[in-house]
Design a protein around this ligand. Structure first.
Ligand code: BGC
Length: 788
């Protein structure tokens, strides 16, 4: 869908030159003076972006503007009379997303594709994530952008959400802490971030019309908590509201969410913008405190002017929004006239992505020390299309225009392994032929933006396989998945393996095992897939995620033992899709027709009776998302939250707690008891005492810390501090966070189901740790909510 939006009505240059002479200038005069000097038309101009095609017009596609930084997602309007420059907003979150080539320009503008968010969360290492942010933010600065539209920290409520790869976790603490580290890293460059999509954007199907219906407790504890942590711990310059409604109101139109909660309760001082074309009622957005309408349309401009003129929108509302946008601009590199080079150090950043990717890969299985692949191994046969066509990241606005992607096989060759050339030729020829058959439709401007249909997996030829088994020492099979915005994933052939993939797995495992040779599976995926039915087959499974442009090198670093894996799952891998608590309330069986896809892109959804899970979604599972559900209700899983193996093993001893004025510091000693250097994560869960007011999950993650690289025999004592407010649950009846009295079981472990040490602490009196607004409450009981 091409958006041709030319804002000819916003011809700011036409303002009479006389005014310019007397006009205060941004940066010289205080912001309130600038606001005072602005005409209503200028204010409305500033509140909306330049539109997709940019100020110069043209044929930009969704997610791109052409002016200033071609391929950036959006630009604000300049007002030269007042010395207000335009600033540039660009996606996000796996790297800067701009156009890599420009007409008539021999230079290239490639950006580094870093690992997807899910991988970064699986590092459980905020230092590593901050380093990634620092490198990524440098590209934002050096390519002339001002704000990166990232990180995205929606909760992975359901395994099939098409954007889970852009999100961090099923757990709000992990999401919030990792997002805060990412924001700190990016913003250390003097550029901004936009934490998104605020909030409750947990499905892609009908994402612009869906109403996420949930209790306020669920909203506060699960869907807002990560944002709260990120706001309080990292001061993001901006927040992007989401497409969806919550309890009947578009988030961008909700004053309760944007002003009462985000600004007044959490102290957010920055700018709020809409998601692209998000929401419907512009005056309501302005009143809500959603400052900037992106990418901006002429209609929004007219609506603002009219609403002020007819008195339905106050001058105070627009002035507050305008002054926040001006503050954002004043802080921007463009306002400071930063002389960007267009030449970031891509080589140095490639090293950052390679290293960070190894830290977030999760070793799911390693029977009989199959990995690392020892030095005597001479030859590897690599099966599976994605061994050769490795997936660096997902599609849509979260994609990055990178110069290259290192495939798994390239990575293995770089590490000195020999690959079976026959197998390689068969795959490369097959992949080339399939790509030729399914060439992207060049007339469709979205062709490169939407998820592509996955190539059918090749099944092995029996005779060839017998020869390969004799000629090789180890087999590797890579299974790949990709997804992206606009679509949720499916169960068949996506959450589940396809028949061809299963056949490949079975036949390769049988053939290699027959002669005592090992098979390793690499999962090149962005979200959970089914593993329970086949995980017994291979000897080892490495969850490599979508690991960015250096992915193949990063996997080779782990397979060779150069790096010892230390990633941990930030989401549960259920046995069956239907085990997920949200499965009954998610559009898993929905395939949009053409109209619905267009509607999803533009918000112009044809009139129809509301459909459950598309037009409204009940968050019936409440706070029981992910491990909170599986562990509380005793449901078996394939791999639990927090899980991940290492080539060494660690012992946890000497757990202790120190209490000081409502602060609790927990320490534990982690010792590397194996023969190889490695890192371990200490995960701290609490089980709250039974409460008469609220039901409590069996456990909740409250803190985590990763050790340094511990040499064999080396130990480190790590500490985690909680305050009373970290023990609190949200009680909507009294609009407050409450820490119950009683004894809390403190569990320190290496997954939600592998607890190594218990401690306890007692809270003498029930304490209200924070009073809140009664914002966004509809009905507190889900059954009552569902009757409305
Ligand atoms: C996405 C946002 C993105 C924006 C600009 C939207 O479709 O939901 O995450 O930042 O486009 O490209």
């Amino acid at each position: 869908m091409i958006k041709k939006i030319i804002l000819s009505c916003l011809c700011v240059g036409a303002i009479v030159p006389l005014l310019a002479q007397q006009a205060p200038q941004l940066g010289q005069a205080p912001i309130d003076k600038i606001v005072k000097a602005m005409t209503l038309e200028e204010k409305a101009t500033l509140l909306i972006g330049t539109g997709m095609a940019g100020m110069t017009g043209g044929n930009a596609v969704v997610g791109e503007t052409q002016n200033l930084v071609p391929g950036a997602a959006g630009t604000t309007n300049p007002i030269p009379r007042l010395g207000i420059p335009a600033i540039v907003l660009a996606d996000g979150p796996a790297g800067l997303r701009i156009q890599p080539k420009r007409k008539g320009d021999p230079n290239t503008y490639y950006c580094t594709a870093f690992p997807v968010a899910t991988l970064l969360a699986s590092t459980w290492n905020t230092d590593v994530v901050e380093r990634v942010g620092k490198a990524m933010g440098n590209e934002v600065l050096e390519y002339g952008a001002d704000v990166l539209l990232a990180p995205a920290l929606n909760i992975q409520r359901n395994p099939l959400c098409g954007r889970n790869f852009e999100y961090y976790s099923e757990d709000p603490l992990v999401a919030g802490k990792i997002a805060a580290a990412y924001v700190r890293g990016i913003q250390s460059n003097g550029v901004g971030t936009s934490i998104k999509h605020f909030a409750g954007n947990n499905q892609e199907s009908n994402r612009m019309g869906d109403d996420a219906r949930m209790t306020q407790r669920t909203l506060r504890e699960i869907y807002l908590k990560g944002f709260e942590i990120a706001v309080k711990e990292s001061n993001p310059w901006t927040v992007m509201t989401s497409y969806n409604k919550i309890n009947g109101t578009y988030t961008s139109e909700s004053r309760g969410l944007v002003t009462d909660i985000l600004r007044n309760e959490w102290g957010f001082k920055g700018t709020v913008m809409t998601d692209w074309f998000g929401g419907k009622n512009t005056p309501a957005q302005v009143h809500a405190g959603n400052d900037l309408m992106m990418p901006g349309t002429p209609q929004q401009y007219k609506d603002i002017i009219e609403a002020v003129k007819n008195g339905s929108l106050s001058k105070a509302d627009i002035d507050a929004n305008v002054s926040r946008i001006l503050t954002l601009i004043v802080n921007s590199p463009r306002f400071k006239k930063y002389a960007y080079s267009n030449k970031p150090d891509l080589q140095a950043h490639a090293a950052v992505t390679r290293e960070s990717a190894t830290e977030g890969m999760v070793l799911l299985k390693n029977a009989a020390n199959t990995l690392p692949i020892n030095k005597e191994v001479k030859k590897i046969a690599a099966y599976g299309i994605t061994s050769y066509d490795f997936i660096a990241g997902g599609t849509g606005s979260g994609d990055v225009n990178r110069a290259y992607t290192i495939s798994l096989t390239q990575g293995l060759s770089n590490a000195g392994y020999m690959l079976d050339e026959g197998v390689k030729t068969a795959y490369t020829e097959y992949i080339a032929a399939e790509k030729e058959k399914n060439k992207p439709d060049k007339s469709n401007p979205l062709a490169n933006f939407l998820p592509k249909k996955r190539m059918a997996e090749m099944t092995p030829d029996e005779a060839a396989l017998s020869a390969q088994v004799m000629a090789n020492d180890v087999a590797i099979i890579t299974l790949g998945r990709t997804s992206g915005e606009f679509f949720d994933r499916k169960i068949a052939d996506d959450y589940l393996l396809s028949d061809a993939e299963r056949k490949l797995l079975e036949e390769v495992c049988t053939a290699y095992h027959k002669v005592g040779k090992k098979v390793v599976v690499i999962l090149n995926i962005g979200g959970a897939i089914e593993t329970a039915s086949w995980k017994e087959l291979p000897d080892a499974i490495l969850l490599a995620w979508q690991a960015g442009q250096e992915g193949g090198n990063s996997v080779a670093d782990i397979l060779s033992g150069k790096v010892n894996p230390s990633g941990k799952l930030a989401m549960t891998f259920p046995i069956n899709y239907k085990d997920a608590a949200s499965s009954a309330n998610f559009p898993y069986d929905y395939t949009p027709d053409a109209k619905a896809v267009i509607g999803g892109l533009t918000g112009n959804i044809p009139a129809h009776d509301p459909v459950r899970n598309l037009d409204y979604t009940y968050y019936e599972e409440g706070i029981y998302v992910g491990y909170r559900y599986f562990d509380t209700f005793g449901k078996q899983v394939s791999y639990p939250f927090g899980y991940g193996l290492s080539y060494t093993h660690f012992d946890f001893t000497k757990a202790s707690v120190k209490e000081e004025k409502d602060k609790y510091t927990f320490s534990v000693t982690v010792k590397n008891g194996g023969t190889m250097a490695g890192k371990e994560v200490a995960e701290l869960y609490i089980a709250a005492p039974k409460s008469n007011d609220l039901d409590k999950p069996q456990k909740e993650l409250k803190a985590f810390v990763k050790t340094k690289l511990l040499q064999p025999g080396e130990e480190q004592t790590v500490s985690m501090t909680l305050s009373l407010s970290d023990l609190a649950s949200f009680n909507a009846n009294i609009n407050a966070w409450v820490a119950d009295a009683g004894t809390y079981d403190i569990q320190i472990g290496t997954s939600s189901q592998d607890i190594k040490q218990h401690l306890s602490l007692t809270v003498a009196t029930k304490t209200i740790t924070e009073k809140t607004h009664n914002a966004m409450k509809l009905f507190e009981k889900m059954d009552v909510l569902m009757q409305h």
